[in-house]
Design a protein around this ligand. Structure first.
Ligand code: UGY
Ligand code: MN
Length: 247
């Protein structure tokens, strides 16, 4: 189905944004060459995180140092090699690496078309806790837990549930008809990418049809709810800030 020219599902509001691939425009990212980068979410829209997709062209690579930020890098498709803090690993779809602040990194050797999703946040140290270390993982090793007892809404946590970490990145998979059990309103902020399927997202008092490839930013305290619809499961990967004092 074609959208009428001049029409879009994109909305960028003060407390949330829905962005769709049809509206994406590429940016240049310092340290990254021969890639197409889309800054999906950033402080420029009022967020305290950045969410960026990077698609490798031939000879594409990215290198730098995380500085004050920490990165969570998830492979959406394809293959590449990742180096961080002296550790090196090949990553394929579903693989990921957490890169702490003040750490050198390099992504290279990517198959053309390999796509990464990167969440970035300013690291907030916590007195008495060590800084987290580089961590490689794969979504297939993250056990799925029924969300609040619902076997049709499965949550996979990709990072350890430990106060050392000030962010969480999870994958939520809903069978058709499954929902978030109630309209959540919470201090944590979300950056989200729809990985598959479709459904309806409630954001504040608005209901939006969403599908694979769509991006949502939810500011702290943005009321939120989701129902999966259609014939296949719907899933999304999302970021949240956790484990720190509100002041
Ligand atoms: O972790 C969460 O806050 C999650 N239940 N929120 C969401 O999926 N919008
Ligand atoms: Mn939530």
């Amino acid at each position: 189905m074609n959208e009428l020219f001049g029409a879009t599902r994109d909305v960028v509001r003060e407390r949330y944004a829905l962005r769709t691939p049809a509206g994406f425009v590429a940016s240049n990212l310092p340290g990254w060459i021969n890639v197409t980068a889309i800054v999906q979410i950033s402080p420029a829209m009022g967020a305290r995180l950045s969410q960026i997709s990077v698609t490798f062209q031939k000879g594409g690579e990215g290198r730098g140092n995380t500085g004050a930020l920490e990165y969570f890098v998830y492979v959406l498709g394809g293959k590449c090699s990742a180096k961080a803090g002296g550790k090196k690993k090949g990553l394929a779809a579903g693989g990921y690496v957490f890169i702490p602040a003040q750490t050198a990194f390099q992504f290279q050797g990517a198959e053309e078309g390999t796509q990464l999703l990167i969440f970035q946040k300013t690291f907030e140290p916590l007195a008495g806790q060590k800084k987290p270390e580089v961590l490689f993982g794969d979504e297939k090793d993250a056990a799925g837990q029924p969300f609040l007892g619902n076997d049709d809404a499965i949550l996979q946590k990709l990072l350890p549930d430990h106060p050392r970490f000030d962010l969480a990145v999870n994958i939520f998979t809903y069978q058709p008809g499954a929902t978030l059990p109630f309209v959540e309103t919470h201090i944590m902020e979300h950056g989200l990418l729809m990985l598959g399927g479709q459904g309806v997202y409630r954001l504040e008092a608005d209901y939006h049809p969403v599908t694979a490839g769509d991006v949502i930013w939810m500011a702290p305290y943005c009321p939120q709810w989701f129902v999966a619809m259609g014939k296949t499961a719907a899933s999304y990967i999302y970021y949240k800030d956790v484990n720190r004092n509100p002041m």
